[in-house]
Write a protein that binds this ligand. Structure first.
Ligand code: NAD
Ligand code: ZN
Length: 355
């Protein structure tokens, strides 16, 4: 059975495209009293970008705290704030920020039309009702969250996305100028998330020509960004992120992502840096990808944290191992149907113990 998946229907790309956001949203505002909710990464508080948001009377500006990656509890809190502000369902939710903020915007738009807690919907196709119109403006590139059908959330007992066709954004606005102020380390970690999506997709057993076409282009753009020097590197990275997301939409990620989820769950390590830490130990699985990744790290003088699992007790190591091994599709993509015999618990623990 081939998957029949939805993609984001409206995309605007270009430097300064942010200036068109107001016009784009106009079409979504009913005449009279409209309400748009802008979910803004609070790192932009007091910055020029905040002042450029096309706020109108009756709109809400919600500041997102992304010190920790999004949790189901935080989503529930933000949804309660939106409900308290507007008794009727808002006309749109606009996420402005990196992967965390975009995921929060997706989750809020879903939970405004579906009863209960976000934790009730972690999984595949559990959402019953269409979301409120939602749009994204990435200010950080690499996760592919702008194009994916999931919002990754940490819940009471698992880190798992709300995966559904309703999760997809209705509109994305890709303005490479917005990447200008990203700190270097963060730019590297989030960009490497994209590079690793490509390597895992292109080396996976689920690969088809659709995924290969997007994955190869994305990988090529990552190489231009991280191994060469180009004045338009931000434009390239934004497209790499989009293409990388499209590549994994029809294939899957692999070992690095599975292991990074364990690190995130037990140690709270963020996605981009967690993928980098993990990838550095996967020479046996992705030899060429890891070699090139190290070349990129050296070029940008990136030093990854070491010995992060030292001092963890046996229970924590076991939890981490279980979280990683539970991601069966990722392992199957990486190692094939026989993956359980190849990636044993002992091997996962041994990999973690070296990190
Ligand atoms: P992020 O959104 O967590 O942001 C990282 C840091 O960069 C934050 O401190 C943020 O405030 C800051 N930042 C963002 N834009 C900035 C800018 N322009 N200038 C200065 N600082 C800026 O980072 P991320 O790597 O983009 O996203 C990671 C999150 O995305 C994780 O929660 C992960 O689970 C999720 N994710 C989702 C998907 C998906 O398909 N939905 C895929 C991969 C990762
Ligand atoms: Zn990723």
């Amino acid at each position: 059975m081939y998957r029949n998946f939805k993609i984001v229907p409206k995309i605007i790309f270009g430097r300064g495209a942010f200036n068109q956001l107001g016009d784009i949203l106009k079409a979504k505002r009913p005449s009279g009293n409209s309400c748009m909710v802008f979910v803004l990464d609070r790192v932009f508080t007091g910055k020029t970008l905040e002042g450029r948001i096309p706020l109108e009377k009756g709109d809400l500006l919600l500041y997102a705290n992304v010190d920790d990656e999004p949790t189901t509890t935080y989503v529930d809190e933000l949804v309660a704030q939106v409900r308290a502000f507007s008794p009727r369902v808002p006309d749109g939710i606009i996420g402005i920020g990196g992967g965390s903020t975009m995921d929060l915007a997706k989750a809020i738009s879903l939970m405004l039309t579906n009863p209960g807690s976000a934790a009730d919907y972690q999984g595949w196709d559990l959402i019953k009702n269409p979301a409120v119109y939602h749009a994204a403006v990435p200010t950080l590139a690499g996760t592919g969250a702008e194009i994916s059908r999931t919002t990754v959330l940490t819940g009471p007992d698992k880190k798992l996305g709300i995966n559904s066709d309703y999760t997809l954004f209705d509109q994305i606005l890709l303005d490479p100028e917005l990447l200008a102020g990203v700190p270097k380390d963060q730019w590297f970690y989030t960009g490497m998330d994209c590079y690793i999506h490509d390597v895992e997709s292109l080396n996976g057993t689920f690969l088809n020509e659709f995924s290969r076409a997007y994955g190869e282009k994305s990988l090529d753009l990552c190489r231009q960004v991280y191994l060469e020097d180009h004045p338009d590197k931000d434009d390239k990275l934004m497209m790499a992120s989009y293409f990388g997301g499209m590549s994994i939409a029809y294939s899957q990620v692999g070992a690095c992502h599975a292991l990074s989820y364990g690190l995130a769950f037990v140690l709270g390590i963020h996605h981009g840096i967690g993928c980098c830490i993990t990838f550095d130990y996967l020479d046996e699985i992705y030899p060429e990808g890891v070699r090139e990744f190290r070349e990129m790290m050296a070029k940008h003088s990136i030093n990854l944290p070491q010995n992060i699992t030292r001092g963890l007790d046996d229970a924590a190591m076991e939890t981490m191992t279980t979280v990683a091994l539970n991601l069966a599709p990722l392992w199957e993509n990486c190692l094939g149907k026989d993956w359980k015999n190849i990636m044993t618990r002992e091997r996962v623990r041994e990999l973690y113990s070296r990190m």
